[in-house]
Write a protein that binds this ligand. Structure first.
Ligand SMILES: Nc1ncnc2c1ncn2[C@@H]1O[C@H](COP(=O)(O)OP(=O)(O)OP(=O)(O)O)[C@@H](O)[C@H]1O
Length: 336
């Protein structure tokens, strides 16, 4: 397990990581999600003892990183795939790592095979493509056969085949009972990979929830309705016991898959409909709403986002397509 407790990192005035407390558990993939600059890399660096926390604590199986004997056999990490001596071959790079960590040389051949780099093992790393570099970084992480793996944005810049490979590798590692902690700024990527989600924004914990719950909470289906006879339709729906919320503009929104029922009621009462469209909120939208207040730089003005985060447990504005008076999405799982 990786256990963070009140973990905080300041760089001068800047609070990069702000009082993070959560646990990364074995046997599942935990996605670490946040917009650019949220503090993901800084957190991961502190896990590995590369940055010293300003306050709080992070432990790996109950111990600090520097207390681990042969740390690569406890935790393997890919933080920066370019952090390789370019003049060394892939084989030599891994061999140096192995020798420094008391790992037998035959393990180098095994991990080269696992990541599919055996054929280019003797080639210098500086000639590697981005994808080959990522594979070499992952080989280094796997070298000590650790129970815990941590990957910082491993699919960044990869082609679809590379992305597919990394996804499957992470799933296999988790299925073997290992702890897999992977960062991303893309909800869509996490939805395909992670079993559990930890979301941060401006260094603060925004959510710590299972992926299944996040999907159940946020894949809200609803029907968008527009009619020139708004009051009549509202009366008819109210009589039928169907709750309605205002949508954007003239639109109305009805929770659930009720398009047919609404269409039939409207026809029976001779109400004209201009729109009757089933909708499904996307997870990416949900993530953007969750982190909207904490995005460092907004495209429209290039300025740092102003103002503090809203109080925790409070909705972050109305979701697109979410009417007033409805229960805010995420209200159940948001960290109090
Ligand atoms: N050495 C440093 N000195 C000063 N500020 C830093 C330093 N390292 C990180 N920061 C700042 O801390 C914040 C968090 O950065 P970090 O790289 O951890 O975010 P991230 O979530 O990994 O972002 P990205 O997805 O862009 O990699 C950012 O505002 C960054 O500018």
């Amino acid at each position: 397990m990786i256990e963070l407790s009140g973990l905080t990192k300041r760089y001068g005035e800047k609070v990069a990581v702000n009082d993070l407390t959560f646990t990364v558990r074995p046997g599942i993939i935990t996605g670490f999600l946040g917009p650019n600059g949220a503090g993901k890399s800084t957190t991961m660096r502190m896990v590995l003892g590369l940055d010293r926390p300003t306050a709080g604590d992070v432990r790996i199986d109950g111990r600090h990183y520097h207390e681990l004997k042969d740390p690569l056999t406890y935790i393997g990490a890919l933080l920066d795939a370019k952090a390789v001596h370019g003049g060394r071959s892939a084989y030599h790079h891994l061999l140096c790592l192995a020798q420094a960590n008391g790992i037998p040389a035959r393990r180098v051949h095994e991990v080269l095979d696992t990541v599919g780099l055996t054929a280019v093992a003797k080639k210098k790393a500086k000639g590697f493509s981005l994808g080959m570099g990522q594979r070499l970084g992952i080989a280094g992480a796997l070298l000590g056969d650790p129970r815990i793996l941590m990957f910082d944005e491993p699919v960044n810049g990869l082609d679809p085949e590379g992305i597919h490979w990394i996804r499957n590798l992470m799933k296999t590692l988790a299925a073997q009972g290992r702890t897999v902690f992977v960062s991303s700024h893309l909800m869509s990527e996490m939805a395909l990979t992670a079993d559990h989600l930890v979301v941060i924004g401006q260094g603060r914990l925004l959510a710590d929830t299972s992926m299944a719950r996040f999907i159940a909470e946020n894949s809200r289906s609803y029907v968008r309705v527009r009619t020139p006879q708004r009051e009549r339709l509202l009366d008819v729906l109210a009589t039928a016991g169907i709750a309605v919320a205002p949508g954007g503009g003239e639109a109305l929104e009805v929770d659930g898959d009720k398009a047919e029922a609404i269409g039939e009621l409207a026809a029976r009462h001779q109400i004209t409909l201009h729109e009757l469209s089933p909708q499904r909120a996307s997870l990416e939208e949900a993530f953007m709403q969750l982190t909207a207040e904490s995005v460092e730089y907004h495209a429209h003005d290039g300025q740092p986002a102003a103002g503090p985060l809203p109080p925790q447990g409070q909705a972050q504005g109305q979701a697109q397509g979410q009417g007033q008076g409805q229960r805010p999405w995420g209200s159940d799982w948001r960290k109090g």
